[in-house]
Design a protein around this ligand. Structure first.
Ligand SMILES: CCC1=C(C)/C(=C/C2=NC(=C\c3[nH]c(/C=C4\NC(=O)[C@H](C)[C@H]4CC)c(C)c3CCC(=O)O)/C(CCC(=O)O)=C2C)NC1=O
Length: 169
């Protein structure tokens, strides 16, 4: 697992360089967004159950076929598995936000996931939609708390959806 600082230092150490202007600019930007990142983790922690539940309801309202007979989230067991997956995405996205690095997602969440989903028939594009709904909810909550620039929130959610959507070769 890596974070923005260790990742940057690693890259400079590999080539034996001192931290130059570009490194310092990247560090500055990471530390300047630090309070907002911590606030986001706080908001997610305080609302996680609610975010997952509401995002799930919105997803099933938009795509009711998911929870109808023949749908992948039909039956209580699969419905719960779906919400549990949403909860995984939310929790790991909060780690990646604080770390300022997406490596934790690659290592702990995304490895082999597409293959698992394909073999179980879990549909990717509705999963992507569910993840995007959670992202939108968090951005709205942060704006309500006075955080003006919430663009950094996109990164982990978009990273997960991009990796999930990638067509296997
Ligand atoms: C921490 C990293 C991690 C992830 C991400 C993870 C995902 C994950 N989701 C699974 C299943 C599942 N995932 C879903 C999800 C959905 N179905 C839908 O129609 C919706 C679109 C969607 C919810 C948004 C469902 C329904 C299953 C059960 C499928 C089945 O058993 O038939 C499975 C198969 C094993 C199981 O059922 O537990 C895995 C491994 N497991 C992990 O350890």
């Amino acid at each position: 697992m890596r974070d923005a600082v260790t990742n940057l230092i690693r890259n400079y150490d590999v080539t034996g360089r001192y931290l130059d202007r570009s490194a310092i600019d990247r560090l500055k930007s990471y530390f300047e967004s630090g309070n907002a990142r911590i606030k986001t983790a706080t908001v997610i922690n305080a609302n996680s159950a609610n975010i997952v539940k509401q995002a799930g309801s919105r997803l099933f309202e938009e795509l009711p076929e998911l929870i109808s007979p023949g749908g992948n989230a039909y039956t209580t067991r699969r419905y719960s598995a779906c919400l549990r997956d949403m909860d995984y995405y939310l929790r790991y996205a909060s780690y990646a936000l604080v770390a300022g690095d997406m490596n934790v997602l690659d290592e702990r969440v995304l490895q082999g996931l597409r293959e698992t989903y394909n073999s179980l028939g879990v549909p990717i594009s509705p999963t992507v939609r569910g993840i995007q709904i959670m992202k939108e909810m968090i951005k709205e909550m942060l704006q309500a708390e006075g955080v003006e620039n919430t663009s950094f929130v996109d990164e982990p959610f978009d990273h997960i959806t991009r990796e999930l959507s990638e067509v296997s070769i």
